[in-house]
Design a protein around this ligand. Sequence first.
Ligand code: IPE
Ligand code: MG
Length: 234
Amino acid sequence: MDGNGRWAQSKGRPRIFGHIHGSNKVRTIVKECGKAGIAYLTLFAFSSENWGRPKEEVQKLMGLLCKYLSKELNTLIKENIRFNYIGDVEKLPPSAQDILKETVKKTSANTGLCLTFALSYGSRNEILRATKLIAKDCKDGLLSIDAINEDVYKNYLYTYNLPDPDLIIRTSGESRLSNFLLWQAAYAEIYVSPKYWPEFSKADLKLALQDYSKRKRRFGLIGAQATKPNEAQL
Ligand code: IPE
Ligand code: MG
């Protein structure tokens, strides 16, 4: 979700105005993904690099996160959405950590869309963390070096219980991954929308899904071998 600040500035308003509109947009897009039957939606809400922003902006973003989760809990339950988070959340204020854990707990029995917030998340850091955990298990005799393969490695990532993304949508016209799901995105289709996140609409989501449905995914094979249909999982 990119472009909150530029959207606000283009309207002569402070950046936080963009973040408020951005969090309202989360509500709309989450609902729409649920309706479209998408099984997994992961939103990059706050990166490990975002901690370097001005203190006031960081504080306001944390406040918005808490507000969003406490306001949305009943809707998440009602809409059968299972909430999840990834990232170095121990860096978040304790109040935000409490509400995150509560939201996961209270939605854990839901069977619809799995909604994951990436918070204090950075993929290089995630890969380093996994490597250290693997090294420790090897040192402790719980894992042999020969047993390390892609499936084992995946189990040490924050996303151990999530499938790899099929489609990554980046808003605000930027064509880069910005440290998001680097391991997991190996074969993800990438769609760049020119819209700033606060103006990214249901129609824009539909455009992204339509574009994705036309992609030919070969996963390194030749066309005749790769017959897997494009099931939309964002
Ligand atoms: C995305 O909007 C929201 C967060 C990263 C928290 P930005 O805040 O990155 O907006 P721009 O890129 O400055 O416009
Ligand atoms: Mg940005």
